[in-house]
Design a protein. Sequence first.
Length: 402
Amino acid sequence: MKQLEIDFAGIRFKNPFLLSSAPPTMDARHIVRAAKLGWGGAVIKTVAETPTVDPRTRLGALRKGPDLIGMNNIELISRASLETWTDDWLPKIKKEAPEDFVIVASIMSDPAPEGWTSLAKKMTNAGVDAIELNVSCPHGSPERHMGAAIGQNADLVETVTRGAKKGTNLPVMVKLTPNVTDMVPIAEAAVNGGADALAAINTVESLVGIDVETATPHPIAYGADPKEQLSTYGGFCGPAIRPIGLRFVSQIARAFPKIPISGIGGIEDWRSATEYLMAGAKTLQVCTAAMWYGFGIIKGMTSDLSSFMDRKGYSTLEEIVGKALPKIITWEALSKLSPVVAEVSSDLCTACKKCVVACADGGYVAIQIRDGTATVNPEKCDGCGLCAIVCDDNAVQFVHTS
Ligand SMILES: Cc1cc2nc3c(=O)[nH]c(=O)nc-3n(C[C@H](O)[C@H](O)[C@H](O)COP(=O)(O)O)c2cc1C
């Protein structure tokens, strides 16, 4: 599928999909298997000078009924040593994965630049194609002055980026944290430090839920005594964080139009992938969807994205990248646009009354069922859009009043 090829910071990807740094990239075996299934690349599980330990369990879920919406984790970085990666796993991946498979090394160190220089050098010597700086893990790492503790401080981000650049000639990508009010100054610091690319977002700090029977927050970490069930704040991911990812990616894409961005956060199919491309991402990283549904999702994502491109007449991904950005304008300008009201199609409406109830209690009491169709009173309708949100039948459209 030639049309899915894309250049990212001077690296040619056969398709824009990478596994992000997480359990799916925990070792060579996983990565080689994903590579053979057609992924464009993988970011290895973050590696530091000292490997880590993890609580068990360490994953929690947010559900609506039986459906998974989001996931929270309190896992840290690679439990394997730096040497296992550089001397054993990375050479194995290079040897066994298809030649056009891109390997990105994710590294983490403390705020001193020397550690970043050293890790970047060691990973470069091990034959990777690019380096990603993890300055964004929101749990566990900040207590050690790493992860988001660096990524929330523009000066430190610039310092460590400069440090990593000193150790490598490869493209350096800085993975940013959404746990900030404004990502743009942090991204600017990364760019000033020499970043060739940005990646966003890492997980959103959260408390995913509480087991009300035992008053224990999820995920539950079990101690030696069965009664010892404890938890901590973790990183939220999956479809529920997509709106946050799209916000940050679009904001940094607008601020730095020449810097390539790798979009992350709730990408699970061709549509969510396309949303990130349109928000300004050039490559797309996937974690939760690969954990929930397996590496095989790459087949559907690539073929469905390709079909979408054919349907819409796009011949390259570049034509899609940033396509939605000109449509993001100020609230002030939006409020001056001429008003619209809802209109319901009698062909599509099933008279389920969902819009009637929503409009009565959450809106402007503008909808009644008449002759088997939801009918909008244009005098009362305020054009808020609530009826379209609750409609399962796609029966609502908006028309100008004049
Ligand atoms: C269990 C777990 C472990 C993770 N470990 C790392 C890590 O070591 N380094 C890193 O940069 N991001 C890590 N992440 C974050 C993911 O790479 C990704 O940024 C995040 O999950 C959002 O993408 P998603 O919505 O596709 O999951 C981890 C995520 C999960 C769920």
